[in-house]
Design a protein around this ligand. Structure first.
Ligand SMILES: C[S@@+](CC[C@H](N)C(=O)[O-])C[C@H]1O[C@@H](n2cnc3c(N)ncnc32)[C@H](O)[C@@H]1O
Length: 384
């Protein structure tokens, strides 16, 4: 495909996403129908689509319309590229821009638009709003977690290099590697297949390393999902690990993943939890807005509504109450989100403490999205 044809494909896909279709589904649908597209074309189209979704408000402003075409004109202008060189109308390239598509300058736009933040959310981000949203306008780095129970970072780097993946240790997080080349080769590589490394954001890894884990502890991952946090905890110390999720299908891959990592994780349904309690540590990696990870899932940024946020905070309050009843006396309830919103983080902890006599909390950890990982929040509460 020519560069112009790739942009034309991205325009069609973006139009479908703007009409409500999920981004991944649209990209897959397009790839199935575009047999002529090679892997380089598919990667380039995907990058165009995600670049446009991350910067949707500013791109629409610069491109003159919130349409696939407007977004792609805006994305090129954001990158300092004159769209006329690609919007040529030749072959499969989009038609040249007309006078109405010249867009408006960004420097006169309000700060929330320039930061690509939904307008209603801007006041809720507090004094760090600009830094939080600026970090989410570009692609996220890829991080791996080295399974420290099985190997070292140096050995993992060497094994990855043999598979064509270049990675370097991240100074700030002792288990993390930043992938600098060959990320598409990770899934098929021997160290990944053999459970020596796992894909996990560096902030999630740093959060797990902050948990008070010790040999022999009985630990429950209450919102386990695919089990990323359970596996990371299991690499920190020899634990008796239990995983639970309201949607058990989300844990379907957990047993084979655990086996690859050399761990055993028992999964339990809701009705079996009370009999299995108490646990020395219960981790609640709560369902949340994901506002600290929007550079990975930019469409979620635009789909979040005030009503959905209210639903999520009510669910978080309920989950904290349920999970707290499973913690042993003197044990730890660890509450985590990948959100940067106060209402999902500190406000939840304050509300829990106001209704749970005898519980105490250590100062929480706030991680802003940036070079060293996504936005993340962790609070460790001690049971009476
Ligand atoms: C942020 S995700 C967990 C990610 C996972 N811990 C990981 O590291 O990959 C939140 C999970 O909470 C689950 N969940 C939602 N409501 C729940 C509830 N009431 N009780 C337990 N799990 C719940 C969701 O199904 C989802 O898998």
């Amino acid at each position: 495909m020519t560069p112009g044809a790739r942009i034309a494909a991205a325009i069609d896909i973006l139009d479908a996403i703007l009409a409500g279709a999920p981004a991944e589904r649209e990209l897959t649908r397009w790839a199935r129908g575009a047999r002529y597209a090679g892997s380089g074309d598919r990667a380039a189209v995907r990058d165009h689509v995600y670049d446009a979704l991350r910067c949707r408000r500013s791109a629409a402003h610069l491109g003159g319309a919130e349409t696939g075409r407007g977004l792609m004109l805006g994305v090129l202008r954001l990158a300092g590229t004159d769209p006329a060189g690609l919007f040529t109308g030749e072959g499969h390239a989009p038609a040249p821009p007309d006078a109405e598509e010249s867009g408006s300058p960004l420097d006169e736009a309000p700060p929330d638009l320039r930061a690509d933040c939904p307008a209603w959310l801007w006041p809720r981000l507090g004094p760090q709003a600009e830094a939080i949203m600026a970090a989410q306008r570009s692609r996220a780095p890829v991080f791996l977690r080295v399974n420290s129970a099985r190997t070292t970072r140096a050995a993992a780097v060497a094994a990855l290099a043999e598979a064509g993946v270049t990675a370097e240790p991240l100074e700030e997080v002792e288990t993390a590697l930043r992938v600098t080349h060959g990320e598409r080769r990770i899934a098929a590589s021997a160290p990944y297949q053999g459970g020596l490394v796992d894909l996990q954001d560096a902030a999630s890894q740093a959060a797990v390393l902050r948990l008070p884990l010790a040999e022999g502890m009985r630990v429950l991952d209450y919102c386990a999902g695919g089990g990323g946090k359970a596996l990371a905890m299991g690499a920190c110390a020899r634990l008796e690990l239990t995983a639970h999720d309201a949607d058990p299908a989300r844990m379907a891959d957990l047993s084979p993943r655990a086996a690859r990592a050399g761990l055993t994780v028992r999964t339990l349904p809701t009705e079996a939890l009370a009999a299995a309690a108490p646990f020395d540590l219960v981790l609640v990696d709560a369902p949340c807005s994901g506002s600290g990870t929007w550079r990975r899932t930019p469409e979620a940024k635009w789909r979040l509504t005030e009503a959905r946020l209210a639903e999520l905070t009510a669910l978080q309050t309920e989950i904290l109450g349920e999970a707290s009843r499973l913690v042993a006396p003197g044990g730890t309830l660890a509450y985590a989100t990948c959100s940067v919103l106060e209402v999902e983080n500190d406000a939840q902890i304050a509300s829990f403490l106001s209704t749970a006599p005898g519980w105490s909390a250590a100062p929480p950890w706030h991680h802003l999205p940036g070079e060293n990982g996504d936005g993340f929040f962790l609070a460790c509460l001690t049971a009476p």
